[in-house]
Design a protein around this ligand. Sequence first.
Ligand SMILES: [Zn+2]
Length: 79
Amino acid sequence: MIRSHSMKKLSLYADGALGKTASRQMQQHLQSCPSCRLRLEEIMRLRRALAAKPAHALPARFVRTVMGNYRALQSPATF
Ligand SMILES: [Zn+2]
């Protein structure tokens, strides 16, 4: 059972980089934790946005904004 809200684990989970057991624990945690579900959605949305467009085709300001948001998501949760 994961008790803490681990952004690192969420991020790995979004990558499919968590092990089998850890993934299952994360799924269980997500079921009981709306804030982590929201964060995971946000991570997935940013990844899709980043994957959908080649970085060089984006205005630099947009990239900075998105990456700033992404970094903010990586910081330890405060709730
Ligand atoms: Zn959580």
